[in-house]
Design a protein around this ligand. Structure first.
Ligand SMILES: [Zn+2]
Length: 146
């Protein structure tokens, strides 16, 4: 699954579906302002992480402006989208080293990439140890969207 969503409701729903259905990895990408992020979340894999391991709950609406409100450098979705496509091709072909377990951050102003290691959160509300229900949450209400 390639996450090209532009809102938290869709992104959390996609993540939760991947966990619930044991789907293949979710290739995540996000942009805001002059920054972007890319990762691969693969909860069905042994020791795999999901998006909620990093961001357990959606932020309150006042802290989560969409791109139209916050603005984004016009070329940034292209840069991040190409990185996501590269990850998807590698996963489909079974070649190279995926970003699973890492978060690639891109700073367009400084033209810098930084790669951070991600750990599975055993207390994750979706894929954590002992989580028994994988029911979907009413995310539009949780995210303050109609
Ligand atoms: Zn998780």
């Amino acid at each position: 699954m390639i996450d090209g969503s532009d809102n938290f409701s869709t992104r959390y729903l996609a993540n939760d579906a991947c966990v619930r259905l044991g789907l293949p990895p979710m290739v995540y990408g996000a942009v805001q302002g002059f920054d972007g992020q890319v990762s691969v979340f693969w909860p069905a894999r042994e020791g795999g992480r999901c998006y909620r391991c990093l961001f357990p709950e959606p932020p309150p609406p006042e802290f989560a402006p969409n791109c139209a409100e916050a603005g984004v450098l016009g070329v940034l979705p292209g840069v991040i989208g190409l990185l996501q496509a590269t990850e998807a091709i590698k996963l489909i072909r079974g070649i190279g080293e995926s970003l699973s377990g890492t978060l690639l951050q891109f700073d367009a102003l400084g033209m810098r990439f930084k790669r951070l290691r991600l750990l599975r959160d055993p207390a994750c509300p979706r894929c954590g140890d002992g989580v028994k229900t994988h029911d979907y949450v009413d995310l539009p209400a949780a995210c303050g969207v109609g």
